[in-house]
Design a binder for this molecule. Structure first.
Ligand SMILES: [Zn+2]
Length: 447
């Protein structure tokens, strides 16, 4: 019989879109299933020109933007695509974390395939599905526990929490009947859960893995300025100290660490952090999974909700609208608030009219390319309102130098860089590095 194998069906020479298939005899397990931030997709689908939600798999398969694999997709998502429907031939999907590039296509998978997630990730997915247009489909959801093995036929998967810019992120040890593979998911070790990342890599080193599948978002050209989470806090403290107008900030919507950092900075400066109704919903759902009082929820001291004017109010929004602030209230008492405002909600600035010179904290990574349209649009708005741009961000990913050190610490026999546009930047890690090819299968031999 052929040895256990790993096949890379996505995340190859692109950021996101990891789709990693591990096979051992008849048993097949898939890790992550979302869209890449990829030029490949943007050759066909961009902005308003998107695959139809009624035939997502068919529309993506048309341009080979999904693996052409039978026994994987839902009948409904395939429709009359040229890939015929077949009953499930994949026995489990494991999710590393709740970012869209890892879970965004779960809804087109056959609804009979069990999806394994961390408990906190399930809470996040439910909160996102309730409060946005994102859906994940019906599946038998299986919740795994930290460091507790899950068996799927001959394959044993052990989930280890890691530090990332969304809580409840995992790396996995994947034991087969011969060798073991480690898959890092997305990770860093300069955030509040750095110790988790260190524990995972210690487990990988102890195991003596044959294959290390490691993300490399920041490998290669990384001109973005990166702070630690504590560094962001210091920067925001300093900025709030020197200003007496409304302060604005923009973060990734699921970056609970950053929202917590902004909240404590606001409190320390005698201000309140004002968040959107959607963020209030997310915080209220995830907070019980953190030590009591560490994640602010509506009603906590120093956290307020901003009510945009809307035509309809959804049921999930209602509990957060009592005592919510209007644009007029924020405008009248700007110096009391630090307002978290998404790019999509910039028209609120037309009502808020912050005094010229007010600070705008961009607490996200800088864009990947110079020609990013939304980057230019953001600056047009800031310029129009005379807001002063400050970049303060702690990345969700380890730096290139950190990646090389971690790789050495594992002693892995073969290293597969994925989730990166620059696999060649891993070359300094030595001859064990093998840049995978899309769709190609590699053995996981024993010792
Ligand atoms: Zn990712």
């Amino acid at each position: 019989m052929r040895p256990p194998t790993v096949t890379f069906l996505g995340g190859v020479r692109e950021i996101g879109g990891n789709k990693i298939l591990v096979e051992d005899g008849p048993d097949r397990v898939l890790f992550d299933f979302g869209p890449a931030f990829s030029h490949r997709i943007e050759e066909y689908y961009v902005d308003f020109l998107q695959p139809r939600s009624t035939s997502l798999a068919k529309d993506l398969l048309e341009f080979d933007l999904l693996p052409r694999m039978s026994g994987l997709y839902a009948k409904e998502a395939l429709g009359d695509a040229d890939l015929a429907y077949a009953p499930p031939e994949v026995h489990a999907v494991f999710v590393s974390h709740a970012h869209a590039d890892h879970v965004g296509y779960l809804r087109i998978l056959d609804p009979e395939i069990p999806v394994h997630v961390g408990e906190g990730t399930k809470t996040l997915l439910d909160a996102i599905a309730t409060s946005t247009a994102m859906k994940y489909g019906d599946h038998p959801w299986r919740v795994f526990r930290d460091a507790t093995p899950v068996r799927v036929g001959r394959i044993e998967v052990v989930p280890y929490p890691v530090d990332h810019s969304i809580p409840f992120a995992y790396g996995f040890l994947v034991r087969t009947s011969e060798g073991t593979l480690a898959y890092t998911g997305d990770f860093r070790h300069h955030g509040p859960r750095a110790a988790d990342t260190h524990r995972f890599f210690a487990a990988v080193a102890d195991e003596g893995v044959n294959a290390l599948v490691i993300e490399g978002t920041r490998a290669g050209l990384d001109r973005r300025r990166n702070l630690t989470e504590d560094g962001v806090r210091t920067g925001v403290d300093r900025l709030l100290d020197g200003h007496s107008e409304l302060a604005l900030a923009c973060t990734y919507p699921r970056d609970v660490d950053r929202l917590t950092t902004l909240h404590s900075a606001a409190l320390a400066a005698g201000r309140e952090l004002v968040v959107s109704v959607r963020t209030a919903h997310l915080l209220s759902q995830v907070a019980p999974r953190f030590p009591s009082g560490t994640v602010p929820v509506p009603g906590s001291p120093g956290l307020r909700v901003y009510a945009r004017r809307k035509r309809t109010t959804y049921l999930w929004e209602r509990p957060h609208l009592d005592g919510a602030l209007t644009a007029e209230e924020v405008r009248a008492r700007g110096r009391q608030y630090l307002l978290a405002l998404d790019l999509a909600h910039f028209p609120e600035l037309i009502d808020l009219r912050p005094p010229r010179g007010s600070p705008y904290i961009h607490s996200m990574s800088e864009p990947f390319s110079e020609d990013d349209v939304s980057e230019q649009v953001m600056h047009n708005w800031l310029h129009h309102f005379g807001l002063v741009f400050h970049q303060m961000h702690a990345s969700g990913h380890a730096s290139a130098a950190e990646l090389l050190n971690l790789i050495r610490s594992t002693g892995a026999r073969t290293v597969y860089p994925i989730h990166t546009e620059h696999p060649e930047a891993f070359a300094p890690a030595g001859p064990t590095v093998r840049s995978p090819e899309l769709g190609r299968t590699y053995p996981i031999p024993g010792a």
